[in-house]
Design a protein around this ligand. Structure first.
Ligand SMILES: [Zn+2]
Length: 252
């Protein structure tokens, strides 16, 4: 039996049996809409729970006053209670802010690479509440790529880099490491890793993106502008527009 988007609400309500819940978690890791939807449900459930004197109703599809930067982490405890066997991909997806992204660089770790407009978050605005527990859960799985992605998403690139440095070299790992180095202001080191990633896998999407950022960070504006123009052609919706805008900003 295929379990798709229609299972979101029953999953959030804990109404799916074990096999169906596991299949939905697999869907969740690949479906940004459902990951976002689950976040909204959990946030609203939490709000309702905090005002328990009011009658409980499921109005989560309403005009939902979801803040611009919605950190699901604060309500992730609810999620963990309901889905104790959550896969690392699902846990990482639950940490990804739904509306904005806090880093310009891209991760090749799938659940963290959904396009959202870039807006630097103020320090401390990211890692809060249940996110520490979620990090612990992800680390327990022993999945270093997921752990690194979680650190990165939570605004802790140095810790992400440590995890990635322990992994065997691949284009994905090199590109994600470079993303962390870019966040740390280490453009030259990032560029070296990205050139290596692109030799291993020419045209690697996130490495190409991060390379353009590295060139820009190093003041190589002409090369950066051309790299972003190429991405404006090759990338899908969201990323393409952002690449075009970045190329425009780099015009002499
Ligand atoms: Zn879905």
């Amino acid at each position: 039996v295929k379990v798709g988007c229609e299972a979101l609400s029953p999953f959030a309500d804990g109404q799916l049996d074990e096999p169906a819940a596991l299949r939905f978690e697999q869907h969740l890791a690949l479906c940004p809409q459902c990951a976002r939807g689950l976040g909204e449900i959990l946030v609203l459930d939490d709000l309702v729970a905090r005002h328990a004197d009011r009658p409980r109703r499921r109005a989560w599809r309403g005009p939902a006053a979801i803040g611009a930067v919605l950190l699901v982490a604060a309500t992730v405890l609810l999620f963990l209670r309901r889905a104790p066997e959550a896969r690392p991909e699902v846990l990482v997806a639950s940490l990804v802010p739904s509306e904005l992204r806090g880093s310009e660089a891209r991760l090749s770790y799938g659940p963290a690479d959904v396009h959202r407009p870039f807006a630097p978050l103020r320090g401390g605005a990211r890692a809060a509440g249940g996110s520490v527990q979620v990090l612990g859960r992800i680390e327990e799985t022993g999945d270093r790529r997921a752990t690194a992605a979680a650190y990165f998403v939570l605004g802790m690139p140095a810790q992400a880099e440590v995890q990635l440095a322990l992994l065997p070299e691949s284009a994905d790992v090199l590109s994600d490491r470079a993303a962390a180095l870019l966040e740390l202001g280490r453009g030259l080191d990032a560029l070296a890793l990205l050139e290596r990633a692109l030799r291993l896998q020419p045209g690697h999407r996130q490495a190409s993106w991060n390379r353009a950022l590295a060139l820009r960070a190093l003041g190589r504006r002409g090369e950066a502008g051309r790299a972003f123009l190429a991405l404006a052609v090759s990338e899908g919706p969201g990323w393409a527009e952002e690449a075009r805008a970045k190329a425009r900003d780099l015009e002499p």
